[in-house]
Structures are given as C-alpha cells and as structure tokens.
Design a binder for this molecule. Structure first.
Ligand code: F6P
Ligand code: MN
Length: 322
C-alpha cells in the first residue's frame, strides 16, 4: 500500500513540492467532506453572484475556492494563486517559489443532481520578480512542474503528474490518505469513443461539423467503424474516463460567442489537463496548435480544446488543415 507521500518521495519530488501537493490534497479532502454532506449541509444551490466569466456561482464554488485559498496561503509555499472564481491573482507569501492556479469545483452544475465534480490544479515556478503580478503566471503549460485533479465521484480520486508519467490514487476514507491504485496510466492511441456537447452542433465551424459527422456515420461512413458517445458535462470526469479507457474529448469554438476562442479556460482547465494527457501518451490541441505551447495573454483566457487518443486527435486535426 503506497501512500501519496511515499510515492512522491520515491520519485524524487522536491520536499517543498510534496508539502505543497499535500496541502492541496488536504484542501480537497475538506471539499470532499462538504460535498458528501450534500443537501444536509445547506450548501447546494446558487450563491447569488456571478464570477468574472459571467457564470452563476454555486455556493459550493465559493466554499471550495475559499478552502483552497486558505490551505494554499497557510502552506507558506505559494507566492500567489489564481482561481477561476477570483477576479485577479491573490498574492500570498512574498519569498515563496510556487504559483498555483485552480478550478475549485469543475462541472459545478452537476452538484445539484448529485453527479461528478472535481478540483483541477496547476503548479508553476514563480519567477523571481520584485513584486508578484499576473504577468508571472503567463507561462506556457509546458512550464508546469505539477498538475492534477481530485475527482469527487463514488470514490474520491487524485490524478497527478509531476512530469514523470501519471499516477492515480484513491482516498482511503478510513485513514484519510490517498493510496496509489493505478501507476503510470496511458491512453490508447486509437479509440471508438468521443465526448462533445452535441447540442451545439449547428454552431460549430465547418471542419468540426464534418469530423463529428463522419464519426456519427459509423461503419457506413469514411471511418468505417462505429463510435460511442459520452458527455458528463464536467471536464474533469470526461478526462478521467479518457485516462481510464481512452477516447477523444472536445469543446470547440462555436458561433454562439464568436469572439471567444472556446468555453474552457487555458490556465485552470486546459493546461493542467493537457499536461496529464500528454504525460499519459495522449495529445491536446486547439484546432491548430498544441495547447501546452500557447503563450497565455491573461489568466482567464479561454481556449478551444481537442484532447485524448493521439491518433484520433491527429485525425480530427486533419479536417481542420484542409
Ligand atoms: O468548466 C466548464 C465546464 O463545466 C466543463 O467542466 C464541462 O466540460 C463544460 O463546461 C460543460 O459545458 P456544457 O454545459 O456546455 O455542456
Ligand atoms: Mn471548470
């Protein structure tokens, strides 16, 4: 039985990074216990406010954000943090070495139906600037020193990379520890399963319409095989399925909000998931470039995403090149 701490030590993770990751997972255990109380906790429903992205905040979005902020600031290891639920960066310990970005509760519209949600996080090294600013966060995803998520499902799981493959841990509630349950997971290069919100089909650009059209045509179409479809409406759960049994996930640009590159956020969702997916042998692109190579321009930047099985992502990109 390998505990998170032992596994991180065994893989030569720096001691301060281990402590930081343990602070994040401690916050997530706290979030998990709030989630598990469900309607008993009076924490379901709307918080009556909107975040900077113009989305209605759920009470649990706000509570999860506050919990993570508190643990991260208390750790003394974080120079500043950036959250999907905060308008601007939050400075913490002035001489600390790390920056953390997070989506405190991804897929939070699932809360009210008692379905899967998760916390996504990304750790960067803090540039040694005189005063921390948003600029310090604007590093390509490839710079992440660690990234992961905690999935609050039938069991609570931590999926983590420190740049040396992807490990999955399951929370043993009886001892309060994350135990390694699937080491070095990898995503099969080929797949017969895709995840996309089909209700947006008519708003997609032509290449995406053609690509998905060909998947739907199944064994009668040019792909000559039948595809299955899944959509949890929580990126964290859709990516988890892909890490477990393969598949392709996309949230593409669409014409409902033509000036936004996509719905998902680069720094809180696409980059951390991107590092996990690449570390598991999969691929993550916008409709033209690797997501992890994007030079961010602001912390709340959005991006279109195609990720998962390497050969299937390449197939989808072919439609975008022609
Ligand atoms: O954080 C954005 C998000 O909730 C993702 O987790 C999820 O993949 C997507 O939005 C769901 O979007 P929609 O409600 O359009 O299906
Ligand atoms: Mn999210």
């Amino acid at each position: 039985m390998l505990r998170l701490n032992s596994q991180l030590k065994a893989t030569n993770t720096p001691a301060d990074l281990i402590t930081l990751i343990e602070n994040i997972t401690a916050a997530c255990k706290d979030i998990a216990s709030n989630l598990h109380r469900g309607a008993l906790s009076d924490m379901l429903g709307s918080a009556g406010a909107e975040n900077i992205q113009g989305e209605t905040q759920k009470k649990l979005d706000v509570i999860s954000n506050d919990i993570l902020k508190e643990y991260l600031i208390d750790s003394g290891l974080v120079r500043a943090l950036a959250s999907e639920e905060e308008d601007s960066i939050v400075p913490a310990q002035s001489n600390a070495h790390y920056l953390v970005t997070f989506d405190p509760l991804d897929g939070s519209s699932n809360i009210d139906i008692n379905s899967m949600v998760g916390t996504i996080f990304s750790i960067l090294e803090a540039p040694q600037t005189a005063e921390v600013s948003e600029q310090d966060f604007l590093q390509p995803g490839r710079n992440q020193v660690a990234a992961g998520y905690v999935l609050y499902g039938p069991s609570v799981m931590l999926v983590l990379t420190t740049g040396d493959g992807v490990d999955m841990y399951t929370l043993d509630q009886s001892i309060g520890e994350f135990i390694l349950t699937n080491g070095q997971v990898s995503i099969e290069k080929d797949t017969k399963e895709f995840a996309i919100n089909m209700s947006n089909q008519r708003f997609w650009a032509d290449p995406m319409q053609r690509y998905i059209g060909d998947l739907l045509a199944g064994s009668d179409g040019p792909r000559a095989k039948n595809f299955n479809m899944r959509w949890v409406a929580a990126m964290v759960a859709d990516v988890h399925r892909i890490l477990c049994r393969g598949g392709l996930f996309s949230y593409p640009w669409d014409s409902r909000e033509p000036n936004k590159p996509g719905k998902l956020r680069l720094m809180y969702e696409a980059n951390p998931m991107g590092l996990l997916v690449e570390q598991a042998g999969g691929a993550i692109y916008t409709d033209k470039e690797p997501v992890l190579d994007i030079q961010p321009e602001h912390i709340h930047q959005r991006v279109s995403v195609i990720l998962g099985a390497a050969n299937e992502v390449a197939e989808c990109l072919k439609y975008h090149q022609n």
